[in-house]
Design a protein around this ligand. Structure first.
Ligand code: CAA
Ligand code: NDP
Length: 291
């Protein structure tokens, strides 16, 4: 099936990056969020990130103008009804995602492919609550979307071959590379990455190192571009905790127990970069460790 128009639900860190990449690749993008402010911020951020690509001569000013011209926003979910492909990238909470799909599905044309950018939640379970489980897939982008090469494709039990083949082709058209994962908690990337981040928080919690020494050790000792605590702040501590909870509950193994310190930071509303504070304080000129 040919995809031309793409609906993006949630204009947070991932939603804006997904809209950016699809618009640049020539798709018409309609982005929605419950918050008008989030939509405004997302469009401003896409403009800024495209400008950065222009200044590094990755794209031309005309490419940027064309991409911005392909992005529209709405606060009405039903407006996404005529899109060929919908990518849900709202908050990592299963109840939120079920509610979005329940509201959206009655407005969708029959051919629309419905996807979720969830980091961890069962695709089969999300699909089963829609009217089109065979046209439902996990479509998992990495942060920052304009930079990261990978997209994980996750088929639920009922997903049909045509839907999978269509998304493989879309990944190719946006210039990224697909890895196919089976539908088990947190799929491939987060099954491996999130326990490492959680272990870094335990290392902090138990006093083995402080924020600076843990991040420095992993950056300089294992050549990771970001330390695990810096990366956790970048992803969002609420999202990290949500993923650990899905792993813990879904695999029923205590080795996935979220670190109590991670829970504490989320309870404080210190969610990382997006809220101004997490394992680092981002409110000044340079990030300062909070422990
Ligand atoms: C939680 C989940 O479900 C799944 C996940 O996403 S897990 C998280 C996966 N992501 C990671 O692991 C990211 C790890 N970090 C990194 O790879 C790097 O630190 C980083 C790419 C984010 C930044 O790299 P850096 O070298 O420190 O910064 P910087 O030099 O500013 O940027 C590198 C390049 O990316 C570009 N870039 C960075 N952010 C960008 C953005 N938002 N939009 C467009 N381009 C961007 C820069 O323009 C630059 O391009 P050039 O190489 O062409 O010059
Ligand atoms: N952060 C990351 O590194 C990655 C995240 N993901 C996944 O992408 C999804 C989004 O994450 P991320 O962008 O980081 O999260 P953010 O918190 O940055 O953004 C989520 C956005 O969704 C909005 N939202 C919440 N409820 C609804 C709703 N009912 N309808 C429309 N929009 C809604 C939020 O609005 P408000 O702020 O007003 O609540 C917010 O703007 C999650 O499923 C996450 O697991 C996948 C890969 C990487």
């Amino acid at each position: 099936m040919a995809i031309q128009s793409v609906g993006v639900i949630g204009a947070g860190q991932m939603g804006n990056g997904i809209a950016h990449v699809f618009a640049l690749a020539g798709y018409d993008v309609l982005m929605t969020d419950i918050s008008a402010e989030a939509l405004e911020k997302a469009v401003a951020l896409i403009d800024k990130n495209l400008e950065r690509q222009v200044s590094r001569q990755k794209i031309t000013p005309a490419d940027k103008a064309a991409a911005m011209g392909r992005i529209a926003t709405t606060q009405t979910l039903a407006d996404l009804g005529q899109c060929d492909l919908v990518i849900e990238a709202a908050t990592e909470r299963e109840a939120v995602k079920h509610a979005i799909f329940a509201e959206l599905v009655p407005h969708l044309k029959p051919s629309t492919i419905l996807t979720s950018n969830t980091s961890s939640i069962s695709i089969t379970r999300l699909a089963s609550r829609t009217d089109r489980p065979e046209k439902f897939m996990g479509f998992h982008f990495m942060n920052p979307v304009p930079v990261m090469q990978l997209v994980e494709l996750i088929r639920g039990i009922p997903t049909d071959e045509e839907t999978y083949a269509t998304l493989l082709e879309v990944v190719r058209k946006i210039g990224k590379t697909a890895a196919t994962a089976e539908d088990f908690p947190a799929f491939i990337v987060n099954r491996i990455l999130m326990p490492m981040i959680n272990e870094a928080v335990y290392t902090l919690y138990e006093g083995v190192g402080n924020v600076e020494s843990i991040d420095s050790a992993m950056k300089l000792g294992t050549n990771h571009p970001m330390g695990p605590l810096e990366l956790a702040d970048f992803i969002g501590l609420d999202t990290c905790l949500a993923i650990m909870n899905v792993l813990h509950e879904g695999l029923a193994d205590t080795k996935y127990r979220p670190c109590p310190l991670l829970t504490k930071y989320v309870e404080a509303g210190w969610l990382g970069r997006k809220s101004g504070r997490g394992f680092y304080d981002y409110r000044g000129e340079t990030p300062i460790p909070t422990r």
